[in-house]
Design a protein around this ligand. Structure first.
Ligand code: APR
Length: 234
């Protein structure tokens, strides 16, 4: 097997599930509680901004009370110890990777703890609600929106992600259903580039057939075990 120097890790809602953050598509998940068309599209925001703000204000407040779990800490340990290139590409908008100590993290779907001003186009750190239309800390206009990539919008920093994939020897996918593109297509990109691929997930996902290997189980167990193996040089 090729020596592993550069690693790209994709994470999804499943890595934060054991921290008490709802996933999207599991039974009772967020997309059963709310209609995507009502809260997660630019059209929904234009139609009923209060409904959208209420949804994200609720999530922003609840995420602040959650704590990273052993899977987040294991990836932070790997990030600190790994001498080669490593990039944690997360679809999650929570800050649990960073709170666990990871540094090489890229939020491709945005971040809950940021607000985006659609007047001056600046993204600011934001912890409170947006529903009362607070002024932008930069331009004072009252056009802040959640800094979250909605359906129909382009994910962030795709050039950097594809660049890291081109340099990678290993692609690992953790806690994602493989239901949403372009993230769900990264494993196929990796295969086309001849990269080794590994899936760590609670159950089979829509993309499982593309992976060289799938290890099924809760992230808090399978991720620390995999990180220990990699750091042992396995
Ligand atoms: N450990 C590991 N995997 C888990 C765990 C766990 N404890 N709990 C759930 N999972 C797995 C599920 O089996 C499922 O495959 O995590 C996956 C979660 O899938 P989704 O809810 O579809 O979340 P995700 O793949 O991150 O969604 C992708 O869709 O709604 C949009 O923008 C949103 O970023 C999100 C994107």
């Amino acid at each position: 097997m090729t020596e592993i120097r550069n690693i790209v890790i994709l994470t999804g809602a499943g890595i934060s599930a054991e921290s008490g953050i709802d996933t999207f598509r599991s039974a009772g998940g967020l997309w059963e509680q709310h209609r995507v068309e009502d809260v997660a599209t630019p059209e929904a925001f234009a139609r009923d901004p209060d409904l959208v703000h209420r949804f994200y204000d609720m999530r922003r407040a609840s995420i602040r009370e959650k704590l990273p779990n052993p899977a987040h800490f294991a990836l932070a340990e790997l990030d600190a110890a790994w001498r080669g290139n490593l990039l944690i590409v997360t679809q999650n908008v929570d800050d649990l990777h960073t709170r666990a100590g990871a540094r090489r993290v890229l939020h491709m779907h945005g971040e809950h703890l940021k607000a985006w001003c659609t007047s001056c186009d600046v993204r600011s750190h934001w912890r409170g609600p947006l529903i009362d239309r607070p002024p932008c800390p930069i331009c004072q206009s009252r056009s802040l929106r959640p800094d979250v990539v909605w359906f129909g919008e382009m994910p962030y920093r795709m050039g950097e992600i594809y660049g890291a994939l081109r340099e990678a020897d290993l692609f690992v996918s953790i806690g994602t259903s493989g239901a949403v593109y372009p993230a769900a297509g990264f494993v196929q990109n990796a295969r086309e580039l001849g990269i080794r691929t590994l899936e760590l997930n609670l159950e089979e996902s829509q993309g499982s057939r593309w992976f060289h290997e799938s290890r099924l189980g809760p992230a808090s167990e399978v991720v620390p075990a995999w990180v220990a193996e990699v750091l042992r040089g396995g």
